[in-house]
Design a protein around this ligand. Structure first.
Ligand SMILES: Cc1cc2nc3c(=O)[nH]c(=O)nc-3n(C[C@H](O)[C@H](O)[C@H](O)COP(=O)(O)OP(=O)(O)OC[C@H]3O[C@@H](n4cnc5c(N)ncnc54)[C@H](O)[C@@H]3O)c2cc1C
Length: 417
């Protein structure tokens, strides 16, 4: 990854924060009050950056080195904004304390102030609830997502707080920008106007709870390459009505005429329902996203796939022979049945560079360390891991213990939350 892309998001954060603080820097106020106001503006700018980092645009994801990286920064920046915005009223009260305890209390207490401060506290309350929900990862995803949207309300209330305080310069442009970013996310990503129309051509059962779906473009196809994932929503068709929600799925095959295939494992409500999809069902596809497997160096490879994490590797192998000696370890649970094993064995049989090891792993906490080859078998190999976040988290330290440095370990998590 180029240094510019690595620094892209930190540079954006620094630029926005210093820019806004300098633009709105308070004059003729005490140092304590100045600090309180600066904390407010810095928190506000971080909220704006967090809004930008939740957009789902292929060009933006390329610029910021991937959607998953944008989400990670979105979380960190959102939390930092929360801390600064919590410190904002506390610093103002501390400054007022110099004057008197009453003035300090009046700065904080919503009872002695009017709408401007009430709305400020309401914004902070929405921020607290939204962030509390963010950490409640056991919540069903759909509930989690709606509570997370509450954070957007907190942003707009925070800016209304500033307008009610009579601060209109530079609040109005920021309010407009915040509304634009929120609208952009909802209209382009959640309503799917950034997506392209497709139709299901076929749906083939490849395991007890996994179906491989072939999708044909109804207009211009999305630009997608092997190893990438797309956001797909299914709608109506013969005997089927989809939930219309966009979910990320890795393309398991990129074919002529813009046709793509995705393999969907039944995990929750939506993917369980998708198991019954059939020809003629309409869908919308947004992407391609991600660079997993895109820039593979000309070195021997070690690929580890867990369950549906086989899809990006399968897409590359279906494209043709691998150019480097490649060892693929495919771990799957008996419940899902060994999807694509026969096809992978046929591919490995025909490809002198590819060695395939398939392993049924039913233990919920498998000893992955024991499954890995020794250090000398892995030396000078580029490692690629794909599958559930738990598997990735367990494999990384095990590979590092075998002398593989982080620069040679690439992974794709099948969970964004
Ligand atoms: C980069 C990437 C590639 C993926 N590729 C595949 C694939 O090729 N085949 C496959 O079967 N699965 C794949 N997944 C996982 C798939 O997206 C989830 O299994 C699916 O979204 C679950 O939705 P659900 O409603 O059935 O389950 P839920 O019970 O609602 O969610 C289960 C988990 O899936 C994740 N999830 C749910 N909805 C979304 C969403 N809209 N956006 C992001 N994450 C969500 C959350 O982490 C949630 O905890 C991929 C995930 C990612 C992040």
């Amino acid at each position: 990854m180029s240094i510019l892309r690595t620094l892209s998001i930190p540079l954006l954060i620094a630029g926005c924060t210093f820019g806004l603080v300098l633009w709105a820097f308070p004059e003729e106020v005490s140092t304590g009050r100045m600090l309180g106001i600066v904390l407010g503006w810095a928190g506000c700018s971080l909220l704006l950056v967090a809004l930008l980092l939740m957009l789902r645009e292929t060009w933006l994801a390329r610029g910021f080195a991937g959607l998953e990286r944008m989400y990670r920064w979105h979380h960190w920046v959102g939390m930092a904004a929360y801390v600064l915005l919590l410190a904002h009223p506390l610093a103002l009260a501390a400054a007022a304390w110099q004057e008197s305890r009453l003035a300090a209390w009046q700065t904080l207490s919503p009872f002695s102030q009017g709408w401007p401060v009430w709305v400020g506290w309401l914004s902070l309350l929405f921020l607290m609830l939204g962030l509390a929900a963010t950490f409640a990862t056991r919540l069903p995803y759909r509930t989690w997502r709606w509570l997370h949207i509450g954070l957007g309300v907190a942003v707009l209330l925070g800016l209304a707080h500033l307008i009610l305080l009579g601060i209109d310069e530079p609040v109005l442009p920021i309010l407009a920008l915040a509304a634009l970013l929120l609208g952009w996310r909802v209209i382009r990503a959640d309503f799917g106007t950034a997506a392209r129309p497709y139709v299901v051509q076929s749906a083939q059962r490849v395991a007890a709870d996994m179906v491989e779906i072939s999708l044909a473009p109804l207009g211009g196809p999305v630009a997608v390459t092997t190893g990438q994932f797309v956001l797909v929503a299914f709608f109506a068709g013969p005997g089927f009505r989809g939930c219309g929600e966009f979910h990320p799925f890795t393309v398991s095959s990129v074919e002529n005429g813009g046709h793509i295939r995705i393999a969907v494992k039944a995990l929750g409500d939506c993917t369980r329902h998708i198991q019954s999809v059939g020809p003629g069902v309409t869908a919308r596809v947004h992407g391609g996203f991600g660079e997993f497997l895109a820039h593979r160096p000309p070195l021997p490879q070690f690929w580890i796939a867990g369950g549906t994490g086989i899809t990006p590797f399968l897409a590359v192998l279906r494209e043709g022979l691998v150019s480097q000696p490649t060892r693929l370890l495919y771990l799957y649970r008996s419940g899902t049945g060994a999807a694509f094993v026969q096809e992978l064995q046929d591919i490995a049989h025909a490809d002198p560079h590819l060695s395939l090891q398939t392993m049924q792993v039913d233990n919920p906490q498998p000893d992955l360390d024991a499954l890995l080859p020794d250090a000398h078998e892995l030396s000078h190999r580029e490692c690629y891991l794909c599958g559930p976040p738990g598997m990735i988290a367990a494999l990384k330290p095990a590979l590092r213990q075998r002398g593989i440095t982080p620069r040679h370990i690439h992974f794709e998590n099948f969970g964004f939350r």
